[in-house]
Design a protein around this ligand. Structure first.
Ligand code: FAD
Ligand code: SF4
Length: 512
């Protein structure tokens, strides 16, 4: 590398796109790229083996792409001698060695990382230029402008605004099909007959780079959660595009209908499994949304499927990012429902008699994946009803999923699933009894508990804890008009039933 270096461009593990804003004016004759694998990023929460392998393998593949272009790359491996273990520590070493005139980066996906890199740049008196992440439809400023003056933020309104701005699924000024949202059509279950033959997802055999990373992870991070046997995530842009194409062709037509459905032992169903590729920037959300819209326009998928999917990427994904960056850092500490219980140990093993939880946790540990309803209405719901401290729940979700990056994980966990932000993210707590899981899956059929029972030996823990949750928080929840129906049902329970539920819930909590 030639000195002095004009720009040292910092590329983080979730910024693996050649069209990143930090690289737009990259000049290999006077600039260099810095990438670092550090222990802190796998240890500040115990990042699962699947997640760490995906990040490190994708980083190494991206570094190879950069080197193939003859671009100078300063790459630090996790097991390099003298690796300080932190991004700031490694950056300091690079600054001292390469003496760049300026640091440049695309806005990172985590507030903590931005602070630590800014502090390091400041310590060395170096300018750090943080550029907008153009890998989104909206900027954080767009979201802040949307939020300004609103009493309540709702995904639906930001989504509509983005539909209008981008023209996606629009017919002039009106939404295609005459309605903005086909959510009503997105709640099917598989019924008694089950899902039948499901299209196999595209999975990728680990290549030499991935195999080396897997060996490294087993050597250095064997105590971290999960297993690696089934690793098959896209680690390059080419693979991510194959995964996207396979989804559009084979699963998108049924995505809308079965978006919320679950089935014992079926991990992949009709979901896209592209969140990790989107979050690592192997895929651009624009090409993802374009592909879904085109499939609809060509008559290959029904409108509710295309709209349902596009809403996730254009609506939810952009919305949660806006929430994160406009609410941090206070957001991390929010605990509106004053939940203080510990996360049960079985979240790290799946050893529980609850069939739905066992299935969701086992597949999470095995593949680093569970679909949205498993995260929201099984593992998330149980923690919410039990009253687990939101920070503990957040750290579990950030640890175990291959797509976990704090900007998207935190609002989903703390806001949507735990209602710990008091309604910034969602208009009401997502609470339900075991009957919801029974309706959306076949888990209860093989479970030793009965979703209809709140008390007794075979009472479903979800059902017990659901009534207990409403009972414990009745005063707070009564202020929310969207909770009135559920509270009305609570009021119908005779006093002795309520007392029995409270004592069963206490016994359950004490047994954990
Ligand atoms: C408690 C909890 C934690 C979550 N943590 C994460 C996380 O760390 N990373 C993450 O990417 N998603 C997270 N989600 C959102 C969602 O569950 C995942 O994006 C989705 O399950 C990924 O699987 P998929 O790619 O098959 O998605 P699909 O069901 O096929 O959906 C398509 C895409 O839409 C986007 N999307 C869907 N729902 C959301 C959402 N609520 N917020 C943001 N984007 C969304 C994703 O990019 C996803 O790939 C979380 C949800 C909950 C309830
Ligand atoms: S009975 Fe309750 S614990 Fe068992 S699978 Fe159904 S919802 Fe889950």
């Amino acid at each position: 590398m030639l000195e002095p270096i004009r720009h040292l461009v910092l590329v983080l593990g979730d910024q693996l796109n050649l069209d990143a804003s930090a690289l737009t004016d990259f000049d290999p004759s006077q600039d260099a790229i810095w990438m670092a694998e550090v222990m802190q990023e796998s240890a500040h929460v115990p990042s699962s083996k699947q997640r760490t392998t995906l990040f490190l393998s994708a980083m190494r593949h991206f570094a190879q792409t950069l080197k193939d272009k003859q671009w100078p790359v300063c790459y630090i491996h996790l097991d390099d001698a003298g690796n300080t273990g932190t991004l700031a520590g490694e950056l300091e070493k690079a600054i001292q060695k390469l003496k760049p005139q300026q640091l440049v980066m695309t806005a990172p996906g985590e507030w903590r990382v931005l602070q630590s890199l800014r502090a390091m740049a400041k310590q060395h008196g170096l300018p750090l230029e943080v550029r907008d992440d153009l890998h989104f439809f909206s900027t954080v400023r767009d979201f802040a402008a949307h939020a300004k003056g609103r009493k309540q933020l709702r995904q639906e309104f930001f989504y509509r605004e983005l539909r209008q701005k981008t023209g996606i699924l629009m017919d002039g000024k009106k939404p295609v099909g005459g309605q903005w949202n086909f959510d009503e059509d997105n709640r099917g279950s598989f019924g008694k007959q089950g899902p039948g033959l499901l299209p196999a997802p595209v999975r990728f055999e680990p290549d030499e780079i991935t195999l080396n990373v897997m060996a490294l992870v087993k050597d250095k991070l064997n105590q971290n959660p999960g297993a690696l046997n089934s690793f098959g995530w896209p680690v390059t842009r080419d693979q991510a595009l194959q995964a996207l194409n396979s989804f559009i062709q084979n699963r998108l037509p049924f995505f809308g209908l079965y978006q919320d459905a679950m089935w014992e032992g079926e991990v992949w169903l009709y979901h896209s499994h592209i969140s990790s590729s989107l979050n690592l920037k192997l895929l651009n959300p624009r090409e993802v949304v374009d592909a879904a819209e085109k499939a609809y326009q060509q008559g290959l998928v029904p409108l509710p499927a295309a709209e349902g999917f596009i809403r996730q990427v254009l609506g939810w994904r952009e919305y949660v990012r806006g929430i994160y960056w406009t609410q941090m850092p206070e957001y991390l500490a929010r605990n509106e429902m004053q939940a203080t219980a510990k996360l049960p140990a079985f979240y790290w093993t799946g050893n529980t008699d609850m069939a739905c939880m066992r299935d969701a946790i086992h597949q999470t540990l095995e593949h680093g994946y569970a679909h949205h309803i498993q995260r929201l209405m099984v593992t998330g719901l149980y923690a919410l009803l039990l009253g687990v401290a939101p920070k503990e729940v957040h750290e579990w979700y950030l640890s175990v999923y291959v797509d976990a990056v704090e900007w998207v994980e935190l609002p989903n966990t703390l806001g949507m699933s735990q209602f710990a932000d008091g309604g910034v993210m969602a208009s009401k707590p997502y609470v339900a009894s075991g009957k919801y899981i029974d309706r959306m899956s076949n888990h209860c059929k093989a479970c030793k508990f009965n979703p209809a029972l709140a008390t007794g030996n075979t009472a479903c823990p979800f059902t017990t804890l659901y009534w207990d949750y409403l009972n414990r928080h009745v005063d707070t929840l009564a202020k929310n008009p969207r909770m009135l129906m559920q509270l009305k049902n609570l009021n119908r329970l005779p006093d002795e039933t309520r007392t029995a539920i409270a004592s069963q819930a206490n016994a359950l909590k004490n047994s954990l």
